[in-house]
Design a protein around this ligand. Structure first.
Ligand code: ZN
Length: 175
């Protein structure tokens, strides 16, 4: 019987909660299960490590430190910016917006400046996961080469014409 290991494609249902409050921050329960290629940094580090060796049907619960999850909260990633930089958007606390430097959250709004936080919303948090293993299969060579799952729950590439030679994946955004 196969178990979760590098270069396996794992299908799981999971619920993530904050251990202190029990608040659910993410769950796959009301949607399709999560499908991921093990050992290719698709998941936060501790998530895969804790699931290694699990078999189909196993239910696993674990709590990760922030280092094993979304990292520690970096105070340098909290910045004050002038309100006029928001242009037509009226910044409000709790908003998540996109910038050239990636997504950020608005954490405070003053008269002429806004405090923004580029840390992941779960940075600095310990996270508890309840995971149920639904399916495990071997990844095929192409998936291992690309570093992601193909097909249901994964990446669906545009159909190639049959005569086009298959190209190897590189870093120019072919995937
Ligand atoms: Zn691919």
């Amino acid at each position: 019987m196969s178990e979760i290991a590098n270069n396996k494609v794992a299908t799981v249902h999971y619920t993530g909660t904050l251990p202190d409050s029990g608040e659910v921050f993410d769950s796959s329960k009301d949607r399709e299960p999560l499908v991921f290629l093990v050992g290719h940094k698709q998941m936060i580090p501790g998530f895969e490590r804790e699931l290694m060796g699990a078999k189909t049907g196993d239910k696993v619960e674990f709590t990760l430190s922030s280092e094993d999850a979304y990292g520690n909260h970096n105070p340098d990633a909290v910045q004050q910016v002038p309100t006029e930089m928001f242009g037509e958007i009226t910044p409000e606390v709790g908003m998540t917006l996109m910038s050239d430097m990636g997504p950020f959250r608005v954490t405070a709004v003053a008269e002429d400046s806004v405090t923004v936080d580029f840390n992941h919303a779960l940075a600095g948090q310990s996270l508890t996961f309840n995971v149920e293993v639904i399916d495990i299969r071997d990844a095929d060579q192409e998936e291992i080469l690309h570093g992601h799952v193909h097909g249901v729950g994964g990446v669906i590439h545009e159909q190639k014409t049959p005569k086009e030679p298959t190209k190897e994946c590189n870093d120019d955004g072919c995937c």
